[in-house]
Design a protein around this ligand. Sequence first.
Ligand SMILES: C[S@@+](CC[C@H](N)C(=O)[O-])C[C@H]1O[C@@H](n2cnc3c(N)ncnc32)[C@H](O)[C@@H]1O
Length: 413
Amino acid sequence: MAASSSAEGGLGPLGRFLCHLREAMAKGQLSRVTLSAYRGPDSSLRRVQVRPVELKAGRRLSFVWSHATRDVTKNFEWEAGVTLIQQLLESDFTCGHLHASTARWQIERKSGGVFRLTRSEPKVSELSGSQPHDRPKLRAFARDEPWLRALGVTGPAEEIRRGMESKYRQIHRFIELMEPVISAVTPDSEGPVRVIDMGCGKGYLTFALYSHLLRRNPGRAIEVIGLEVRAELVEAANRIAKECRAAGLRFETGRIEERPAESVTGMIALHACDTATDDALAWGIKAGADWLVCSPCCHRELRPRMIPPENLKMALRHGIFAERQAEFLTDALRTGLLEWSGYEARAFEFISPEHTAKNLMVTGVRLKNGMARESAANSVRRLASDYGIEQQRLALLLGFPWKGPGENSRVTR
Ligand SMILES: C[S@@+](CC[C@H](N)C(=O)[O-])C[C@H]1O[C@@H](n2cnc3c(N)ncnc32)[C@H](O)[C@@H]1O
């Protein structure tokens, strides 16, 4: 259990539960409160759900009494809502769950009216602020995971360190988004899993991925390599891996573009600068990786070479539009090139822009039967041609044929 804050001093379990509720409300971390195990006189009442809502009149707690055949909703001002939750827990409901982005708390009333309070890790969907229904529910990493502490994300009292809140969310969001990619390709296979993280920096996401792979594949050999050009980061990350007894996780100093080809199950490259993303994707494709995940940043390559299509000239006079268009063009070409290489490509938001501006994720899952590579090639040629682009780093590394079959010259506008 986490250490109590000073505001909780001397409080019993129910008082501490209410204290966590007030704190979660004040910090905007409250997802919901659920009251269950009803022991009162109304035989149709099942549970009560409480959520924070923003109304014209201000912030309120919205209570929904769920009966067998109907729901009854009523909104309360904050403090009145907290008092009502307390009364309900002291009378007819014997169990309450507080779901916040930082933790989940369960309060139970035992015989003799004695309360017991327990804490558990929040679901990943609560951490990321979204409520995805179509994604698997993943447990958050325990805050006392040695690597979270050693990397300075959590502190000795299991608190998230100041300034590390968005890193903590990013780690979980990343794993949440990775899971469908991983399971799309290797749901039950038994061989070793070998993953490389290109441009891993301090290794936050390398440790997270390693930890996730271990818990989703018990008993399976897991090897994760973090590749990073800055030797001091590699040294620090290897030290932490050793301290945490993370056998199978190692960091190596080197440049992506100089790494010799080897066989891997998966490749990630998150926020690898500019064309380092292309180098990593090309490496992964050539390595025959089952899945590829990148989060591109600093799109400098195409911007100076981009010739705006006639109908966009007016808009692309503005630097910010040209910059965004260059990013879009680069990443759209990358998805087309992934398809041309026999991968199913997807592009989506990685994490809310509130946490980082570098929030696009591009994934590739290798298709078993390959796909219509030529149609993808035509799409790439047409898109590049619309912007006067004649070459792009990933295309160059993959030996992409800019001329279609039977064509003597490049596609022109
Ligand atoms: C913005 S950081 C991202 C770190 C990490 N992937 C993350 O998302 O937290 C980019 C890292 O890539 C490394 N890097 C850049 N170009 C590289 C290259 N060509 N080869 C290896 N590492 C590279 C940088 O030194 C830096 O640590």
